[in-house]
Design a binder for this molecule. Structure first.
Ligand SMILES: [Zn+2]
Length: 411
C-alpha cells in the first residue's frame, strides 16, 4: 500500500462509509501527511488540544455531504458510537501499587483524610487498594471500566478471585506493562505469561507503565504477542491529542498496511493534573470538563486514566465528581468494549449497488448497536430485513440495524 491508500482507508473507515467509497473523495498531500505522520507516531501533534486529524475527517465528511446534496446522490454511513450516542468515554485505571509500607504512609500523610490515615496506621484499612471502591462508584452509574496490573512489581494472587468475579461482571482486567517491556519482546511475553497463569487467558489490552512507548517497536511487539489493543499513546505532562485525534486507529506498518493492533489514545491522566500541572482539585475538574467537551463536540473518544491507588488521596478523590459530569448522550465503557465496538463497526459490511432509479445498501455482519445514517434527499426509502427507520426529517433518515438487511432508495 501507499501512504495515500492508508490515509484514504483510515478516513473512509472512520467516517463509516460503505466498501469502495474511497473513490468518492480524495485527500490532498497535506492531509495525507497529517494522517500518516501522526498515526505512525513519526511525529507528535504540536498543538495538543487541537485534534488535527479529526479536522481532516470532518472536512472530508462535510465535502461529501455537500456533494451528495448538489449532485443528488445518496450517502450511507455508519454512526460512530453504539445506539447513536454522540461521543464516548473509556474509563481506565492503572494499578501502579496496591499497598504501601507504614514508612511511606507517614511521608505522605497530608494526602489523606485524618480518619483514613489513622485507620491505615493501625493497619485497619489499605488506602492503596481501591478496586472495589471504584467498581462500587461505577456501579451506581451502570459504568464498567478497565484495570491494568503491574505484575512485574507486586503479587496479585490473593486478589485473583475478586478480580475474576469482576471480570465476569464486565470489568476488564488488563496488563500494565513493566519497565522495558515496551522495547523487549521477551520481557513482555513473560508478563503476558504471568497474566495468563492468574486469569486463565491472555490479556486483550495493555498500557505501559510511565507511558513508555516507542512507536517504531512497541506496536510491533504487542501485535506479535497477539494483544488486541494498546492505550498508552498519550502525554505524561498534560492532557491532549498526542496522535492528533481522540479516536481509535490501527497504526501503519512500515509498508503502510494497517496493523491489526488498535491504538486507543490516552487523552487525560490524573497525575498530569497534579504532579505536572500543579492544579487544584477545582482546576483539575475544569480541565477534565474542557477536554471532555472537545471530544464531545467532535464525536470523539475521551479515554481517561485514573490510578486506582489514588482514589482516597487529595486529587484522586474527585473521581465520583467526574462520573457525575458525564452526559447521557455519551457511550461509557471500558477500553475492551471500545475495542470490540470499533472492530465490529469496521467489520459491519455495507455494499452499495445502483441502477438508474434505485440505490440499495446491503448490510451484513452487523455489530450490536449499529445505526446507519442515510442522506437520501428526495428519494423514497424502504427497508427490508432486520432494520427499521427510527427518525427522518424527509432528506435524512436514521436506521437502526439489528441484522442482515437492505436499505432501498427509489425515485
Ligand atoms: Zn504506571
Amino acid at each position: 500500500m501507499t501512504k495515500d491508500d492508508y490515509a484514504s482507508r483510515f478516513v473512509s473507515e472512520t467516517i463509516g462509509l460503505p466498501i469502495g467509497s474511497s473513490e468518492y473523495f480524495s485527500l490532498n498531500s497535506k492531509e495525507v501527511d497529517t494522517v500518516c505522520t501522526y498515526l505512525s507516531g513519526k511525529d507528535i501533534n504540536p498543538d495538543p488540544l487541537q485534534p488535527v486529524i479529526e479536522d481532516v475527517i470532518d472536512s472530508v465528511q462535510r465535502a461529501l455531504f455537500e456533494e451528495s446534496a448538489n449532485r443528488e446522490f445518496p450517502l450511507f454511513f455508519k454512526e460512530r458510537w453504539p445506539k447513536g450516542k454522540e461521543f464516548a468515554i473509556a474509563l481506565t485505571h492503572d494499578a501502579d501499587r496496591i499497598e504501601a509500607p507504614i514508612s511511606h504512609l507517614r511521608s505522605v500523610k497530608e494526602r489523606f483524610t485524618e480518619k483514613d490515615y489513622a485507620l491505615a496506621i493501625e493497619n485497619r484499612k489499605n488506602l492503596y487498594l481501591n478496586i472495589e471502591g471504584m467498581v462500587g462508584i461505577e456501579r451506581t452509574h451502570g459504568f464498567k471500566s478497565s484495570f491494568y496490573f503491574l505484575l512485574d512489581e507486586y503479587e496479585i494472587t490473593p486478589l485473583t478471585e475478586t478480580l475474576s468475579r469482576l471480570r465476569s461482571d464486565g470489568w476488564e482486567m488488563g496488563l500494565h506493562g513493566g519497565l522495558r517491556s515496551s522495547e523487549d519482546i521477551g520481557k513482555m511475553r513473560a508478563e503476558i505469561g504471568l497474566f495468563a497463569n492468574l486469569f486463565g487467558t491472555k490479556p486483550e489490552g495493555i498500557r505501559e507503565h510511565y507511558l513508555k512507548f516507542d512507536p517504531k517497536v512497541t506496536w510491533r511487539i504487542m501485535e506479535e504477542l497477539g494483544l488486541s489493543y494498546d492505550t498508552t499513546w498519550g502525554f505524561n505532562d498534560r492532557p491532549g491529542f498526542k496522535a492528533g485525534l481522540s479516536l481509535p486507529f490501527h497504526p501503519p506498518d512500515p509498508d503502510w498496511e494497517m496493523m491489526n493492533i488498535l491504538e486507543i489514545p490516552l487523552i487525560l491522566m490524573d497525575t498530569s493534573l497534579w504532579g505536572y500541572m500543579h492544579l487544584s482539585e477545582e482546576e483539575g475538574l475544569k480541565m477534565i470538563e474542557k477536554v471532555m467537551a472537545i471530544a464531545s463536540s467532535r464525536g470523539g473518544l475521551f479515554t481517561l486514566l485514573w490510578h486506582q491507588e489514588a482514589l482516597l488521596m487529595r486529587g484522586g478523590r474527585i473521581y465520583p465528581e467526574i462520573l457525575n459530569r458525564i452526559p447521557a448522550s455519551c457511550f461509557v465503557g471500558n477500553a475492551l468494549m471500545i475495542d470490540e465496538w470499533w472492530r465490529g463497526r469496521s467489520a459491519s459490511k455495507m455494499t452499495i449497488s445502483h441502477t438508474n432509479r434505485t440505490w440499495s445498501c446491503r448490510i451484513t455482519d452487523v455489530v450490536p448497536g449499529l445505526r446507519v445514517r442515510v442522506l437520501h434527499g428526495n428519494l423514497k426509502m424502504k427497508t427490508e430485513g432486520k432494520c427499521r427507520s427510527i427518525a427522518s426529517d424527509g432528506n435524512i433518515s436514521k436506521v437502526e440495524v439489528q441484522g442482515d438487511c437492505v436499505i432501498r432508495l427509489e425515485a
